[in-house]
Design a protein around this ligand. Structure first.
Ligand SMILES: [Zn+2]
Length: 252
């Protein structure tokens, strides 16, 4: 199966390469600008066919400092690219970082050769010079990187909507069933979630002798205290804004 091609930021690439670039940008802490992507047969003569297939990308570093250029190369190498800084002294091209995604299924013959050269710690140019980039990642691949840095999956929220009417009702009523009862339970469970930590697990249920509506007000007050909101015990706009930040939808 060939790689899934995709045009991303006006650049022809494939999905695997894009995922790698996103990870590298995260390490570099800034976006890259692209001079050339992949599947560009006959596009740039100086590239000698290395961009004919998949996994190849040229990143613009003309306006970057030497330290920034090194950082771009390093970030790309860390996620599994064979990457080198190319300088105007080496060929008829501007300063750029030439990168080949190691293990891409669509590599051109020239790109595959460059990957082998990278693993031999060479510069991937016709002169077969020594690698001039940061060492330490010659055996890295995207798959190895992914295993060490799994993409965090947000916790599944089967129903994330909270009704303001239900919240108003909960402040003054004890018995709540159906959708509104579920909304109340959801807010209390959220408050007790380790990432929120406004109440403890033991505080999700009212203490003996305490009615549910007073319990609910107490939970809201504790949330408001935790997040330094005005402490009213009322599920107001501030509460709604807060829960939206956590991915909830607030409905009338
Ligand atoms: Zn290139």
């Amino acid at each position: 199966m060939p790689e899934a091609r995709i045009v991303w930021r006006k650049t022809q690439l494939n999905q695997r390469t894009v995922a790698m670039l996103i990870a590298a940008e995260k390490i570099y802490k800034s976006q890259f600008g692209f001079l050339q992507g992949s599947y560009n047969k006959g596009g740039v003569e100086a590239s000698a066919g290395t961009h004919d297939g998949g996994g190849a990308v040229d990143i613009d570093v003309v306006k970057k400092s030497p330290a920034q250029r090194r950082a771009v190369v390093l970030a790309l190498r860390q996620v599994g690219f064979a990457a080198w800084l190319r300088t105007p002294a080496q060929g008829r091209w501007p300063y750029h970082v030439h990168a080949i995604a190691i293990g891409d299924k669509d590599l051109s013959r020239g790109a595959a050769t460059q990957v082998l050269e990278y693993k031999r710690k060479r510069n991937g140019l016709a002169n077969r010079g020594k690698d001039d980039g940061p060492p330490g990642y010659y055996a890295m691949t995207w798959e190895i990187y992914l295993k060490a840095h799994p993409v965090p999956v947000p916790p599944a929220v089967p129903d994330s909507s909270i009704s303001l009417a239900a919240m108003a009702y909960a402040r003054t009523h004890d018995v709540m069933t159906g959708a509104w009862g579920a909304d109340r339970a959801r807010v209390i469970a959220w408050a007790a979630h380790p990432k929120v930590g406004a109440i403890t697990k033991a505080e999700t249920l009212p203490r003996a002798g305490v009615s549910w509506h007073l319990h609910f007000q107490r939970v809201i007050r504790k949330v408001q205290m935790k997040f330094q909101l005005p402490v009213t015990g009322i599920f107001n706009d501030g509460m709604a804004t807060l829960m939206k930040r956590y991915g909830y939808t607030i409905t009338a």
